[in-house]
Design a protein around this ligand. Structure first.
Ligand SMILES: [Zn+2]
Length: 467
């Protein structure tokens, strides 16, 4: 991400006052750097997203009739077996650079998984220069809960919400129509299209990008949970999970139409890595896809609804979910989730926001580590006792760093300054008690990492013993 702002008034006033420590000169030197152009590679990636291919992918996915995790695996044209095989082959056809595989698990009967089942996620890896991973994900499975689908659940009187889970009914037929064009053919198509565009772009990324299509989401995020659990166990570095679930409808069931914005849900607290990812997407998208508005939502997901990004959150990985702005619950989780409910032009806009966020992050160096070995933020008031002194670890590949700050009672960065290839800076007279600070690593091409925030770790004091 490239973002340039002028010197804040407080620092400019200090500069004029004359009492300027050396660190301030370093800051001021950043000001002479002219605003650079946008990265042409990112602009090309945005324009390479194919609306017509997105439409074709959604059509093909819906044509499997159902992709329920417990549906047929033997029919060559209907059910999850045929669908996952086609996704696998389509990813392989997209580019020889994609390492495509099934991520297969034998899941035991339990809860909504009403019999032992072989569950297959489909993965496509685009290797980068470094092993650090960024995940772009969507679930490809579908469900038809019977009755009137999701709107039935939404409109059930509150006192009756404990009604039996429709997926636990004994008489379920897993092969009934569950086309899932929007939930989640939209996110699946988006992920597959971005795999094609990024793998065929000729752009070399620093991060390794993993495109993952999950199964078992509708039974409780099963496929993504097993995978995230393994990543944590193997201590794999996952810098971000960008998840898309229900991102193709622009005509809300409540009567409102909105094809000009998309929601991004992220788990708190306010300076969590997931929130840093959400803010990053908002800033990059505003530069490269200014025609689409990002609506940041400071909560893990919609009320009592969930998706696979939460599996990544559960294991400590930064993760967000894209959600269309206006949902039509009457089509979800029923036979009515058909292709006519997907606005492909809107889905393409969401794909453009995704691709530029993902590519910018994958081109940039990793975010700086701002904590010491004990996990404490390396921030102090030196040298005067009233300054903001920030220290961080050098990020591999960084050629500069950008400092961000904001008033402590606000939720997005207000000021920023580019500093050189250094690992500490003092901001004279800026109170670390009244502001939140963060630092991002900047690559030689100007692309920026996520912002690492300086967050105080509160240790709980021991109980006072009474007698
Ligand atoms: Zn979904």
């Amino acid at each position: 991400m490239r973002l340039h702002r002028t010197l804040p008034a407080t620092l400019a006033a200090l500069a004029l006052a004359g009492a300027v420590p050396a660190t301030f000169s370093q800051l001021a030197s950043g000001q002479s750097t002219a605003t650079r152009d946008l990265d042409s590679r990112l602009q090309q990636l945005v324009s390479a997203v194919s609306e017509s291919r997105l439409g074709e992918l959604v059509n093909t996915l819906a044509a499997f009739g159902t992709r329920n995790t417990l549906s047929s695996t033997t029919s060559p044209e209907r059910g999850i077996g045929a669908a996952r095989q086609w996704i696998f082959e389509e990813l392989q056809r997209s580019s020889p650079r994609l390492q495509v595989s099934f991520d297969t698990y034998k899941v035991a009967k339990g809860a909504r998984i009403t019999r032992d089942v072989e569950l297959r996620n489909v993965l496509a890896v685009l290797p980068g220069r470094s092993p650090r991973r960024i995940y772009l994900t969507a679930h490809y499975d579908t469900v038809n809960i019977g009755g009137t689908g999701q709107i039935g659940s939404n409109t059930r009187p509150s006192g009756q919400t404990a009604a039996a889970d429709p997926q636990l009914r004994a008489d379920q037929d897993y092969n009934v129509d569950a086309p899932g064009a929007n939930d989640n053919g939209s996110g699946t198509a988006l992920t597959m299209e971005l795999a094609r565009v990024l793998a065929t772009s000729g752009v070399e990324f620093d991060a390794t990008i993993v495109f993952a299509l999950w199964a078992g989401e509708e039974q409780g995020l099963v496929g993504s949970r097993i995978h995230a659990q393994r990543l944590a166990r193997n201590k794999t570095v996952v810098e971000a999970n960008i998840n898309n679930d229900i991102v193709g409808n622009s005509h809300g069931g409540g009567g409102e139409t909105d094809a000009g914005s998309v929601r991004v849900y992220s788990e708190g607290p306010e300076d969590s890595p997931s929130r840093a990812l959400a803010r990053y997407i908002s800033r990059v998208a505003s530069l490269y896809v200014p025609s689409h508005r990002i609506r940041l939502m400071a909560r893990p997901d919609r009320f009592s609804r969930g998706s696979d990004h939460s599996s990544f959150n559960d294991y400590g990985f930064p993760a967000i979910a894209f959600r269309e702005s206006r949902e039509n619950f009457a089509k979800q989780h029923s036979a009515l989730d058909t292709v006519d409910g997907v606005d492909v032009a809107y889905l393409a806009q969401n794909a453009r926001v995704n691709i530029v966020s993902l590519a910018s992050l994958a081109l940039a160096p990793p975010a700086p580590v701002v904590t010491n070995e004990r996990g404490q933020a390396r921030i102090g008031r030196q040298p005067s006792g009233y300054d903001a002194n920030l220290q961080w670890q050098a990020s591999p590949g960084a050629s500069a760093y950008r400092i961000y700050w904001r008033d402590a009672w606000t939720n997005d960065w207000a000021e920023s300054r580019l500093v050189g290839d250094q690992t500490q800076v003092s901001l004279p007279g800026l109170s670390i008690d009244d502001h939140v600070f963060g630092v991002a690593a900047v690559g030689a091409d100007g692309n920026e990492s996520l912002v690492s925030a300086y967050v105080e770790r509160r240790a709980r004091r021991p109980e006072v013993k009474l007698r």
